[in-house]
Design a protein around this ligand. Sequence first.
Ligand code: TXA
Ligand code: MG
Length: 316
Amino acid sequence: MDQSETQILNRDATGLARAVSFLKHGRLVAFATETVYGLGADARSDEAVAGIFTAKKRPGFNPLIVHVPDADAAQAHVIWNDTAEKLAAAFWPGPLTLVLPLRPGHTIAPLVTAGLDTLAVRAPAHPGAQNLLRAFGGPLAAPSANPSGRISPTSAAHVLEGLGGQIAGILDDGDCAVGLESTIVGLTGDWPVLLRPGGVTSEAIEAVLGAALKHRSKGATLNAPGQMLSHYAPRSALRLNAVSTHPGEVMLGFGAQTGDLNLSDSSDLSEAAANLFAHLRQLDTLGQPIAVAPIPDHGLGRAINDRLQRAAAPRN
Ligand code: TXA
Ligand code: MG
């Protein structure tokens, strides 16, 4: 397939119908969510889901998130509990993913969970994603729509750049408002565990739970097989918490510490999250090492720092 064989679909009725038809034929369609663009496939079809792993060159042991329109739809696939109910009531639809035990008799393809007996489910808030899920009428497995290990896409152009020619279509729905992936909370043990910081802050989750989240122990790969150290990587090297540039570096600024690009002039962490991946991509085209200003480690800053640390980690 050459790049032009990937159809860019409008968010109108024709584009939506096209996307649904592709998905029903087991093909891949990228679509916008409020976090990042997802690469969707019918989660009930091992063949369709296999296409995701091929297109992304994703390791087969890294399981996928299943997208559903709401909590009712999620309960067809997982064993629900009171904590799931509380968190879904507070944050769904939205940038929160819950990991729960698979329900006996579920119809999710084994490749989605990489053989685990748990499933990650999320109800995205983006109206385009909601329309697609309802029009398709089934669960969509969707990782971020980028080649494995690279920067996640927050626009249709980013998706085309990484996966053009390898997927049937891209539903173009503009830029993603949150800009960072969903927060993942594991609900399979005796206490909720933060598996990945993301678009819902842990402070907000803890306020709803009335208690602190447990944190994933470092190096515990079993819970979150996809939490690889090197991820979201630009081509250029990244240096974090930089207060000035070294010769030859370009600077990604934050607040008063400006640079070649600034994540947020006004030190607004939501704005910084929304700009993070697009700014990294833009600086990466310059082919110079990137110095990144310090980002406060609270609220959305924790998710930003998590992504920056993985982007800066030694590549494997
Ligand atoms: O915002 C998002 O979550 C985006 C949009 C498209 O929804 N999706 C996304 O998917 O970020 P992906 O595949 O890039 O990241 C999913 C993460 C991986 O780290 C994976 O290991 C973890 O979710 N995951 C999936 N199923 C899991 C499970 N059963 N237990 C633990 N972690 C799981
Ligand atoms: Mg990803």
